[in-house]
Design a protein around this ligand. Structure first.
Ligand code: ZN
Length: 328
């Protein structure tokens, strides 16, 4: 069982809570470890509650590799308990969060979050924290040129992230399916490409949600990341996003320079480990630049990964409403 280091903060917080609360509760941390299974769960010393939790956790024993941790706080006899699980199956990682309200005064336990969040992301390649990693990102598509970009990425067997516009999805669903088929990540670039800082929370939410729904309908995969149009954000957008906000630290300015050589030179002169590179899949020059950039990056020892993979390998946990321009 590989320990996922990005879980460390979670574990530390859980342990701290456990230590702080130890005086006033009877909860004892129990670990069940079998092959590839690591489960951490609270023991309440109450038959009904403990049996319920044990049954809930049993489903994970079927999995290849799983890590379950928990967190709780209590208010009198009421314990608000949340379980976090990371299931690794082949090259997919699923993340689950389930919450329960345990009332020790009348021996009841109920699931409080019924439609819990679940998402999967693909781990394409084997990389580690010490590798030189770069995430190429492509905004404003899909359009007819996106296929060309996908074909070049495929030729070199590298992965990238596409921040798509909801308004461009209709009729181009097959392109999104192709992205997923090639192990690419799809992020949300809003619906209409508005300067969101000028709009109401309601409008911002609509722009994000509509696009998430369309990505899910086209691919069966939930977008995990938001790149607001123009990379602009303020506290209103952060509050409304409900997703990590991904910007960049290498801007190719490909929308300005329609020259593959200029675009490639900008990338190669600026790139470093952990970078997120901004490009646009809708331009022909950008596609041509990839034929220069990708071989050079590979030659320099970089691994090209999706944004979720970049943060996963760099052991940085992405949080909703926070802004990230690189993984260091
Ligand atoms: Zn854009």
């Amino acid at each position: 069982m590989k320990i996922r280091y990005f879980l460390l903060p979670l574990i530390i917080v859980s342990l701290m809570l456990l230590i702080l609360d130890n005086e006033k509760t009877s909860i004892v941390n129990k670990n069940v470890i079998s092959d590839g299974v690591e489960v951490s769960y609270p023991f309440f010393g109450n038959e009904v509650v403990d049996r319920y939790i044990s049954n809930y956790l049993n489903k994970y024993l079927e999995e290849d590799e799983v890590f379950v941790d928990y967190d709780y706080y209590n208010d009198g006899s009421k314990y608000y308990t949340t379980f976090y699980s990371y299931v690794i199956k082949g090259n997919m990682i699923s993340n689950n969060t389930d919450s329960f309200l345990i009332d020790m005064s009348n021996n009841t336990i109920e699931k409080t979050v019924v439609d819990y969040e679940q998402y999967d992301f693909i781990i394409n390649s084997n990389a580690s924290k010490d590798d030189k990693l770069v995430a190429l990102t492509f905004d404003d598509g899909p359009n007819y040129n996106t296929n060309k970009v996908l074909n070049i990425l495929n030729k070199y067997n590298v992965k990238a992230t596409f921040f798509v516009l909801g308004s461009k999805i209709k009729g181009n669903e097959y392109i999104l399916k192709k992205m997923i088929g090639q192990g690419m990540e799809i992020g949300n670039h809003t619906f209409n490409h508005l300067l969101l800082t000028r709009y109401s929370e309601e409008k911002i939410k609509e722009e994000i949600d509509k696009t998430n729904d369309m990505i899910y309908d086209a691919t069966g995969k939930k977008a995990l990341l938001l790149r607001p149009s123009y990379g602009s954000f303020n506290s209103k957008i952060k509050r409304t996003a409900n997703m990590p906000i991904i910007i960049w630290d290498v801007d190719t300015l490909d929308w300005k320079y329609h020259s593959s050589i200029k675009i490639a030179n900008r990338v190669m002169s600026k790139v470093k480990d952990g970078d997120i590179v901004l490009m646009h899949d809708i331009y022909s020059a950008t596609a041509n630049a990839l034929d220069i950039i990708i071989p050079k990056l590979l030659e320099d020892g970089y691994k090209l990964v999706t944004v979720s993979e970049l943060f996963y390998y760099k052991e940085i946990m992405l949080e909703d409403g926070k802004v990230y321009g690189y993984a260091r």
